[in-house]
Design a protein around this ligand. Structure first.
Ligand code: ADP
Ligand code: MG
Length: 721
């Protein structure tokens, strides 16, 4: 630990400084992406047009064009120094997987040519038998295929010694079932488009362009020096600290939030951003977050599918670049207990080229009937499917964050803000006639211009907030793929739009003159049935928990409580009806996520045992021994030694020993039953047993001599850089 501190304080950067004058950011953008522009330049007109139809209008891919595209892609990649290509896919672990193949093909005459066919572009067959599939695929039928996703462009990934052409793909079994996170995203976008078109048609917009869901994820993360990281087995293996007393100074002063960014961190951010820009990821904002050592990064929103792929690349890039600056990037939801956790706010909306953002209320939302309908559809969807929305953000890591007095509670509710709440209140009682004015914000300083005010203040305590022209799903965990939350959002809103379109089609019988009256009635009914999910108050407060219960809202506190929502008849029916996930595909997800939960807590429990036994207990008894011998020696020379400290340490050592034994016992207990029973056992028994070990270990940290304490402390990890 002491040498880690010395190494950190002697840190000097080894990275060459970046010079954005050499290559301005605009020129970097998309440099490593086989973008539409590059395709236009390099492909025959007809081929390009046909591809564009698939990308922009969701038409079926014409396989005869694949050879031409593959050849152009390969030439471009080889110009960029690529030697290999990789089908990149997104297994249910939430990670990114890639299988690399060389372009090189021996020609049988003793030399080799660079070769890449349409077949190789469109389809790959990785041996993915060891990815979790929740029972869909057994190892004896291990065939899984990766299939080119035309809507997410290929890109080049650079490494110090070469580059690889990466092709985003869907990953399916030989029976065509989705084994990955991408396939359902694409299916859910298709479902959303279909239902949104029906609604738009009622408003007289026929022949519409594709309606896509859009997503802008804000990523929170921690940075700590790598020397500390490697001195902590818990960070290496579990991504979070399993021990560590609260530092004397935490985040109480709020002096980190939006503070000046430290130099080394800023250098890291600039390089990360440069890498992301090259990959065509429209990175936009960066700032310090609430906790010391915590930061945030956010791109401009994109189509949901692309945003999902880009989000995965963002996490990978953050980790990679951090290493170049001697740091570790922690994306776990709660790396440090008692300190703010990390989330990934997923901003979500839907829109089309011709209509723009469908959740934009304009200045007078009460007159914007189309907006009101789309917004009401979201309210209905969230109320109806609270359980599903809670389940898609459930993980062992996020359990430490949700409801921890800094992150949204586990109760799913919607924040609408004053203006919209007022409009919807009017709707509830029969119809909306006015919108509260937005007003202007005057600061009282002449040199500052008056600003138009936002229609509502922000509410950081809400898990699902309307933020002016989109909803922000704040309960999503920082380590999660955003695919699950987006699939849920797209599908539940598709269902809601389906419901609205059907009601309105029936009520108007095709007569546009009847639309207004039908709409009034529908909106009033939706708000009466589903308005209970709207809550603008303090989500952290105890009163809200009581109030939410009265309103009949779910409060699924942990992953073990939340995941079973995936097997309710409503959720099964929902995914089946909109052809997003078959029953078997849904079951496989439930099983995989339960398994992941159980596995990760088991790893943590075993680590807790090991660290307590081999690091903390030995340090504690060494110190106890020192105290005891000091005591004995003093007695020999005739002094009376006050044994208070020795008594306390002895007591804590005993408790530590007992709690270790108890945890050991828990881990030996078999629990017959299914994965849900196991998850419940973990929630009720394993985690409390781990917490006891931690409690005594952390107390000992406050007594044991600093030079004997083996683990870098919170204060060191969070404040030394
Ligand atoms: P804040 O921290 O104030 O919420 P940020 O600027 O950090 O805001 O992030 C807001 C995110 O919302 C950005 O990624 C932004 O592109 C995204 N966003 C804006 N409009 C939309 C939209 N129509 N659909 C999806 N995301 C959007
Ligand atoms: Mg935000």
């Amino acid at each position: 630990r002491q040498s880690a501190i010395a190494a950190v304080t002697n840190y000097r950067t080894t990275s060459a400084p970046l010079d954005f004058r050499e290559t301005p950011a605009q020129e970097l953008f998309g440099a490593n992406v086989f973008s539409k522009e590059k395709m236009r330049d390099r492909l025959p007109k007809a081929v390009f047009k046909s591809l564009l139809k698939t990308i922009e209008e969701g038409e079926k891919l014409d396989p005869t064009t694949a050879d031409v595209v593959a050849a152009a892609m390969k030439d471009w990649a080889i110009e960029k120094g690529a030697t290999h290509y990789a089908h990149v896919f997104y297994p249910l672990t939430g990670m990114t997987a890639e299988k690399h193949d060389s372009f090189l093909s021996p020609n049988g005459q003793g030399s080799a040519i660079a070769d890449f066919s349409g077949g190789q572009l469109i389809q790959g067959e990785p041996d993915g038998s060891s990815f979790p599939t929740g029972g869909i695929r057994q190892t004896f039928e291990a065939r899984g295929y990766t299939i080119w996703d035309v809507t997410s462009p290929a890109y080049i990934l650079e490494n110090a010694n070469g580059t690889t052409l990466c092709i985003p793909t869907a990953f399916v079994s030989w029976t065509g079932e989705a084994l990955d996170k991408k396939t359902p995203v694409l299916r859910s976008m298709q479902a959303l488009n279909k239902q949104a078109q029906r609604v738009l048609k009622l408003f007289g917009h026929t022949d519409e362009t594709l309606v896509s869901s859009t997503a802008g994820p804000e990523q929170e993360y921690f940075l700590i020096d790598r020397n500390f990281f490697f001195a902590r087995p818990d960070l290496i293996n579990a991504g979070r600290t399993l021990f560590g007393a609260k530092p004397p100074k935490g985040q109480e002063f709020d002096d980190h939030y939006f503070g000046a960014i430290p130099d080394r961190v800023l250098a890291f951010m600039l390089e990360t951003e440069r890498e992301l820009l090259k990959l065509g990821i429209p990175i936009k904002t960066r700032h310090n977050e609430v906790a010391p050592g915590q930061y945030e990064l956010a791109p401009v929103f994109e189509s949901a599918n692309l945003a999902t792929d880009h989000q995965q690349l963002m996490m990978i890039t953050l980790r990679r670049v951090a290493e170049r600056y001697g740091m570790s990037c922690l994306t776990h939801e709660k790396p440090f207990a008692g300190v703010n956790g990390s989330g990934k706010h997923v901003n979500w909306s839907l829109g089309s080229a011709s209509q723009g953002n469908l959740l934009d209320p304009g200045d007078t939302p009460h007159e914007n009937a189309q907006f009101l309908l789309f917004c009401a559809a979201v309210i209905r969807a969230v109320h109806k499917h609270q359980g599903l929305l809670r389940a898609v953000v459930a993980s062992a890591g996020n359990d430490h964050r949700l409801g921890a007095n800094e992150a949204p509670p586990a109760i799913i509710s919607i924040f609408l803000g004053d203006q919209l709440t007022d409009v919807f209140e009017q709707i509830k009682s029969g119809g909306a006639n006015s919108s509260l004015p937005k007003g202007t914000l005057t600061v009282g300083v002449d040199v500052l211009p008056p600003l138009p005010k936002d229609a509502g203040d922000r509410n950081r305590t809400s898990p699902f907030a309307f933020t002016g022209n989109r909803f922000e799903f704040r309960a999503v965990g920082s380590n999660q793929s955003i695919a699950g939350p987006l699939v849920a959002m797209n599908t539940i809103v598709a269902e809601s739009l389906d419901y609205c379109a059907t009601q309105l089609e029936e009520a108007t019988g095709g007569d546009p003159g009847k639309l207004n009256a039908a709409l009034q009635e529908l909106l009033t009914q939706i708000m009466n049935d589903h308005g209970a999910v709207v809550f603008n108050g303090d989500g952290y407060s105890a009163e809200w928990h009581e109030e939410a219960e009265k309103r009949g809202l779910l409060n699924l506190k942990t992953t073990a409580d939340a995941l079973p929502a995936l097997k309710t008849p409503e959720v099964k029916e929902l995914f089946k009806k909109y052809e997003v996930l078959s029953e078997r595909e849904l079951e496989s997800r439930l099983e995989t996520y339960l398994e992941q939960y159980c596995l990760s807590v088991h790893v943590e429990a075993n680590l807790t045992l090991e660290m307590a036994r081999t690091l903390i207990f030995p340090a504690a008894i060494r110190y106890q021994n020192e105290l005891a011998s000091a005591c004995a020696n003093l007695k020999l020379v005739g002094y009376e030694f006050d044994t208070d400290t020795l008594d306390r340490v002895t007591e804590l050592v005993k408790y530590l020993q007992d709690s270790i034994a108890a945890l050991e016992d828990v881990l030996l207990q078999g629990h017959d039953g299914d994965l849900i029973a196991e998850a419940n056992f973990i929630r009720d028994t394993t985690i409390p047993a781990m917490n006891f070990v931690r409690k005594y270990a952390d107390e000992l940290e406050g007594f044991v001599a600093d030079d004997l304490w083996p683990l870098p402390t919170y204060q060191e990890m969070l404040f030394i850089r």
